[in-house]
Each structure stands twice: as C-alpha cells, then as structure tokens.
Write a protein that binds this ligand. Structure first.
Ligand code: DAH
Length: 339
C-alpha cells in the first residue's frame, strides 16, 4: 500500500500542463470527493496499528504534493493570462518594423563629409539668406561685375542686399572672417538660383564647398585632394581639370570625372560623353584673402565647390533631378539600404 502511495506522489510531482481542463481532471483524480486521497483516508481504519503512523505520513505527503501542484500550476496559468492581457501574445511571430529612409541627398552629403573628414577637413555652415558682401563682393565680384550674371539670383523683397545664396562659397568668406589659417573646412548646404527647372537643373540644389588655406599650398595639392575624393566616392580615378574662370579663384578649373557609358542613364546624365562636370575649383584669389583679413603674401590655398545632386544622380542612376524634391515615397523608400 505504501508503495502505491509513493507511486502516486511521484505522479503528482511530475505532473505538468498548460491546460485548465487537464488541471481540473488532475485535481478531481487526486483531491476530488471520490478521488485517490479520500480512498486512502477511508482505508486508514483498516491499516494495522503498527503501520498507521507511516501510512498517515505518506498519505499526508501525497495530499501536500497534489495540492501544491494544483496551486503552482494555477499561479503560472494566471500570470500568463495577465501578460497576455497587457502585451498581447508574447510568443507570436514578430511583425516587420517599418523604418524610415534617409533622403539620397543626405546620404551623399554625409558620405562627402566622411571622406573629407578622413583627411582633416571640418564641417562649417552658413545662412541660406545672405547679404551681398558674403555672396558676391568679398568673393571678388564687385557690383556691376559681369560675372554676377552667371548666377541668377533670387533677391528677397526689393532690398538688393538681401538674397538667397547662389553658392556655398559664401561660407568660405564667413569662415575666413572668423578663423585664422591653417584652414581645412568643407561647407555643405542648400543654394538657390533663378533658373528654369528641367530634368538636369533646378532652382534649389545642394553644394559642398571646400577650402584649404595654409603656407605654400600648390595646385598639385588641389589635384591630389580631388583625386583622393573621386577615388573614395566613386571608386574611379580618372578626373579632368578644364581651365575655366571664377572671380574668386586664379587659376580656375572645372572638375570633370570620367564615369563611363554603361547605362542609358549614364548617357543622359553625361550627355553621351561619359564625362560629368561635378564642380569648380581653383587657387583662392589673393583679393578674397585680403577681403577676409588674411595676408596673401603669407598664406595661399585652394577652394572647390561641388554639386551634390549631380553626384547622387550618377551614383543612384537617377535620370531626373526633379525626383529629389517631389517627396514621392516610392522613390524615397528605395534608399533604405543606404542609411
Ligand atoms: N561657387 C561656384 C559655383 O557655384 C563653384 C566653385 C568654383 C566654388 C570654384 C569654388 C571654386 O570654391 O573655387 O558655380
């Protein structure tokens, strides 16, 4: 008889379920009116006296085991129900989390910043609403200078001294006014020109300006810096510096990179040549240094300005510049992987 009770104790202790009905069946089997325990209690009177003590102890042990088991399973089932109520089913398969994407212009701008940061350039910024001095005059473009016509300017109201900056070169001036050489800075930002909108040009776009001022800076330094940049940015090392004219640099050049003609978009963006102009550059004109209180006999340097949209169009094969400003989520969502 004792062995039988021991067997039941083992069964009660090893019982487990997550199901309420099974638990109730277990309770009835052991603790119910017609259950095992009551059978043993009824049997008590027939047990020989010398065995009564042991029999009583084991029956009580079985009772405790069965009661504890029921209690602990009820507790776990209840706590599961509570969590379900607050958090839903925690064992449910996860739903995909929708993440946003960065704008392609921001992605490319950040890449440019990282590349120049690696060779010691810091980042500087200036206002989008500028005055005549910073956007034109200090950059060696005095009033009535014909080169002002190159940049169709949006003036604010009727005050010709307040305008939307036409290039980020204005930040060069601000930076030189406030910092002494050596200077190594890049200035990313939005610029504005009163131009007809087409697939290749827009009235709002982005530039990154670069400025390097120190002693004995040469045109070779400029070329190497641009080569380093194009290698890092595009994995290509074929660039072309075409002689050009900017009032704020002397000599000046236009920067072209050789991209190739693999796709139809390459043809469209490079006008079928494989070459794309990504910006301008040159040795900073001594007049600009003078305007910013830097002695041109002691210091010289180079500057460059690049269009961010052009670079992004090439990298992501975007055939129409207007896509950047339409905020079409179907377009923007394609850049999720590039964050
Ligand atoms: N500011 C010029 C533009 O918007 C680009 C440029 C050319 C910037 C030569 C420079 C430079 O710093 O040296 O077309």
């Amino acid at each position: 008889m004792i062995d039988k009770i021991k067997e039941y104790i083992g069964e009660a202790q090893s019982f487990s379920t997550e199901n309420k009905e099974e638990l109730e069946a277990f309770r009835i089997k052991f603790l119910g009116k017609k259950g095992i325990l009551n059978d043993f209690f009824a049997e008590f009177k027939n047990v020989p006296n010398d065995q009564k003590k042991e029999f009583g102890q084991f029956t009580n042990a079985l009772k405790n085991a069965a009661e504890e088991k029921v209690k602990s399973i009820v507790e776990t089932l209840e706590s599961k129900e509570e969590t379900k109520g607050v958090f839903g089913d925690l064992t449910r398969a996860a739903e995909p989390v929708l993440i946003g994407s960065r704008h392609p212009i921001s992605i490319v701008k950040n890449q440019i910043i990282d590349i120049f940061a690696n060779i010691g350039f810091n980042v500087s910024e200036g206002p989008e609403i500028e005055d005549d001095w910073h956007n034109f005059t200090a950059l060696n473009l005095p009033e009535y200078h014909p080169a002002r016509d190159m940049q169709d300017t949006f003036f604010i109201q009727t005050n010709p001294d307040v305008l939307l900056r036409t290039h980020t070169s204005s930040v060069q001036v601000r930076y030189m006014e406030n910092h002494k050489p050596p200077i190594r800075t890049i200035s990313p930002g939005r610029v504005f020109r009163n131009e007809a909108i087409s697939s290749r040009s827009h009235c709002i776009f982005h530039q990154v300006e670069g400025l390097y001022i120190d002693k004995d800076v040469s045109f070779a330094d400029l070329k190497q810096t641009l080569l380093y940049f194009t290698k890092e940015m595009f994995g290509k090392s074929k660039i072309r510096l075409r002689p050009s004219y900017f009032p704020f640099t002397e000599p000046s050049a236009e920067i072209d990179i050789y991209w190739g003609l693999k796709t139809e978009t390459d043809y469209r963006i490079t006008k079928g040549t494989g070459w794309l102009e990504i910006g301008g550059c040159g040795m900073v004109d001594p007049n600009v240094l003078k305007n910013c209180d830097i002695n041109p006999d002691e210091y010289n340097g180079f500057a460059f300005g690049m269009g961010v949209e052009r670079i992004a169009m090439l990298l992501y094969q975007i055939g129409d510049i207007r896509m950047f400003y339409e905020n079409d989520v179907r377009f923007l969502e394609q850049f999720k992987a590039n964050i």
